[in-house]
Design a protein around this ligand. Structure first.
Ligand code: ZN
Length: 240
């Protein structure tokens, strides 16, 4: 029987399973993304003492998946850090949920090490104190950070029309069909952003005006779709 392992982790999503169980996608510090069965997690709050809630870093113990099960089996989860500021504003909470979805989808088939785990924790910590109207920029900041972790710095992606780096002209554009192009090749109706927005983190636009929420989310969708090679978008709160 496999040894139980222990690592800090954060829940990316929770899927109800059976009568009282949960299937969790955990982003762990030491073992990458782990799908784990949490028995009776819905039956008793005491079973995992808040360690399997959203927006909590927990020290988790689990038996890794093996020949008998494709899921790891969660043995314990002790909360070590929470992000209560996320619950102060609906915008922050929605952005936090979007961050978890983003991490889950981007990291599903990718190796995720300690620095990736820390990027997600750091993003939640930043979001906790972000002005609510800037919450979407924090999602963008995490998308950029994770794409850099995966070896796809967004500013270097090539424009599908001319082949130059999308950031080369100083303007990045998202076309109505969701494609990301350089500013020179952008068709009418494209949303334009300063390429400094893709240069590092959302910090770089803190001094500037806040781009419209829908525009920021379409930029995140264009970035992630480009890397996943399929159409991808965030589903958030009031969106359908
Ligand atoms: Zn171009």
């Amino acid at each position: 029987m496999a040894e139980t392992v222990e690592t800090p982790a954060i829940v990316l999503d929770r899927i109800p399973y059976g009568e009282a169980d949960l299937i969790l996608h955990l982003l762990t510090r030491d073992h990458g993304l782990v799908a784990a069965l949490a028995r009776s997690a819905r039956g008793s709050r005491r079973r995992f003492a808040g360690g399997v809630d959203l927006f909590v870093v927990a020290d988790v113990r689990f038996r890794p998946a093996g020949a008998r099960s494709s899921l790891a089996l969660l043995a314990g989860a002790e909360p070590v850090r929470s992000f209560p500021g996320l619950y102060d504003h609906l915008d922050r909470m929605e952005a936090g949920q979007a961050m978890l979805m983003l991490a889950r989808d981007l990291l599903r088939d990718a190796p995720a090490g300690e620095s990736t785990f820390l990027r997600v924790v750091e993003a939640l910590a930043r979001l906790e104190t972000a002005p609510p109207d800037r919450a979407p920029l924090e999602i963008l900041g995490l998308a950029i950070a994770l794409l850099c972790e995966l070896g796809h710095p967004p500013v270097d992606e090539s424009c599908p029309a001319c082949g130059e780096a999308v950031g080369a002209s100083g303007v990045v554009a998202v076309a109505p069909d969701g494609a990301m192009l350089c500013g020179r090749c952008a068709p009418a109706g494209a949303v334009r952003f300063s390429s400094s927005l893709l240069g590092g983190t959302a910090r770089e636009v803190e001094a500037g005006p806040v781009p419209a929420r829908a525009d920021v989310l379409s930029l995140v969708a264009a970035l992630v779709s480009g890397v996943l090679g399929r159409r991808w978008r965030l589903r958030m709160g009031t969106d359908t």
